[in-house]
Design a protein around this ligand. Structure first.
Ligand code: CA
Length: 517
């Protein structure tokens, strides 16, 4: 009874004592004239997850959330108003030449010992959370044939090899008709190469090529060696077929069956939690993202790091405005400088397209109460927890060390997911406020809702409801531990995520900043 009353009475969340705006929690919002426990009375109808000001804000004064300025009032905003985007002037992005570098490095927390999961050990030292047959491609030209073959492999071959979880075609839009020697072409090229090395594919994938394309199999199969070994048993070029489509399908299925036999011999074994490589991102964010789901991810991230694991966070445009909070946390000045380098690269990339960071927020973000990218960023970086940042990866680069890693990717859900797969993640977690059925074929995706209402509407798409934090039914610490155990269970194959059970998969989406010819 207590809980229901609690959830129905007018309720808001203030995150930081400095904040002069708070966020309404009630599912239906609150009408004008609502009085909160502390006497604050609303002047407008305020929808759920939108902001109300606690004090009168004069024209030009800062509007403060998360303890930081998210905008300046364009006009006086009387106490109790619905504070909206059109009332705010956005602050300029923090300049990159005067950031605090490694000035506030968190101390290493006490190690968490004894946590394990059941995974597949690979020859290259990585561990898979799934045992998937991957078939990669050098060029879009082969996609139709490969998709046809994969359907037959799934229907006719996979049932014979019960220890193999799935077969996945790594199809993409790159490979030909592209400026392959352009300055930034290394990004899509190394992404294609590193995707095929994802731990969930047993460390290696079959390669299907056309034959005459610009991206040659050697570039996909080996770093720093573009020579093509046509005798490689795991490579097939469609143009080598002398009898057309039927022969192509037979060849691919033969190769697949040979590899399936090998993969089917593998068994899960107990490995330390330190073998987990978690990729985190958010999509369809709202004003609750930074209050419920992202802080819970941050707590779980700190636990994983104490257990020795690798945790990646990303989305350059969603950290850019809060970058000073990350450069100060970098373990070394070099790591801080790498963060600055990635921000600078992205600033110039956006400028080349005559866009800026404000292009990030979506109509859905704004409907969900996020006024601008500054507010979105402050809520987004909470995912990274409180630990020191140990390393930085460029887009498409593969991980080289454990710890908390900033993997520089666009915020686009599919591009970020693809680049984190290339970086080597074996498990993905995704927070959402507005809701998305997002999923990936190569790694399980745990979806966490920022609000209870979403998880109740979409019980078969949302794995974990972090909205319980807003309604007072769970603490950030409770949710953090719940996520930590859930990650280990999903990694072990003991639990399937919603997207996995429903086979919901977004396409591999490469980041290609180089020209197309
Ligand atoms: Ca995203």
């Amino acid at each position: 009874m207590n809980l229901i009353q609690h959830a129905d009475s007018p309720r808001y969340i203030q995150l930081n004592a400095l904040d002069n705006v708070v966020v309404v929690v009630n599912d239906q919002g609150v009408p004008a004239g609502t009085q909160f426990d502390n006497g604050l009375v609303t002047l407008d109808n305020v929808p759920q997850s939108h902001k109300v000001n606690l004090v009168d804000i004069a024209e030009g004064e800062p509007v403060i959330r998360y303890g930081h300025t998210i905008g300046y009032a364009l006009q006086a905003i009387p106490r109790g108003s619905w504070v909206r985007e059109d009332q705010l002037r956005m602050p300029t992005a923090p300049p990159l030449d005067s950031l605090p570098l490694s000035t506030d490095v968190p101390e290493k927390a006490e190690p968490l010992e004894g946590f394990t999961f059941e995974g597949y050990r690979n020859a290259d030292g990585t561990v898979g959370t799934r045992n998937i047959l991957g078939i990669t491609t050098t060029v879009q030209c082969v996609t139709g044939v490969l998709d046809h073959a994969v359907k037959r492999i799934r229907d006719e071959l996979l049932p014979k090899y019960p220890n193999v979880d799935d077969v996945v075609a790594l199809t993409h839009s790159y490979g030909c008709g592209v400026a392959i020697t352009a300055k930034d072409a290394y990004i899509p090229i190394r992404t294609v190469r590193n995707l095929a090395r994802n731990p969930n594919l047993g460390g290696e994938a079959l390669v299907i090529s056309l034959g005459c394309e610009k991206l040659q199999p050697g570039q996909v199969m080996h770093e720093n060696d573009s020579s093509v070994d046509l005798d490689d048993p795991w490579l097939y070029r469609l143009q080598d077929s002398s009898h057309g489509f039927v022969e192509m399908i037979e060849q691919i299925m033969d190769m697949a069956e040979t590899r399936l036999k090998k993969l089917d011999q593998r068994r899960r074994e107990t490995v330390p939690a330190s073998e987990l490589i978690l990729g985190m991102q958010c999509g369809g964010s709202d004003a609750f993202s930074g209050i419920t789901a992202n802080p819970a991810l941050g707590y779980a991230s700190d636990l994983l790091l104490r257990a020795g694991a690798t945790v990646m966070f990303s989305e350059v445009t969603e950290v850019r405005d809060a970058i000073y909070l990350l450069t100060s946390r970098a373990e070394t000045i070099e790591v801080a400088q790498e963060l600055v380098r990635e921000m600078d690269w992205y600033d110039r990339y956006l400028a080349k397209g005559e866009a800026d960071r404000s292009a990030n927020t979506t109509p859905g973000n704004k409907k969900g109460g996020l006024s601008n990218i500054v507010e979105k960023s402050l809520g987004s970086i909470v995912k990274s927890g409180r630990s020191a940042i140990n390393g930085v990866l460029g887009p498409g680069e593969r991980f080289t060390r454990k710890g908390l890693i900033f993997c520089a990717t666009p915020a686009s859900d599919f591009v970020c997911g693809t680049l984190q797969l290339a970086a080597g993640m074996n498990l993905h977690v995704f927070t959402t406020g507005r809701g998305t059925p997002y999923g990936l074929a190569m790694a399980p995706v745990v979806k966490v809702s920022t609000r209870t209402e979403l998880s109740q509407r979409w019980p078969d798409l949302i794995d974990i409801d972090a909205g319980r934090i807003a309604t007072g039914r769970a603490s950030i610490e409770d949710l953090g531990w719940e996520l930590f155990h859930y990650y280990l269970d999903v990694a072990s194959g003991k639990k399937k995520t919603c997207a996995e059970a429903l086979r919901l998969h977004n396409d591999i989406t490469l980041f290609n900043p180089a020209p197309i010819t």
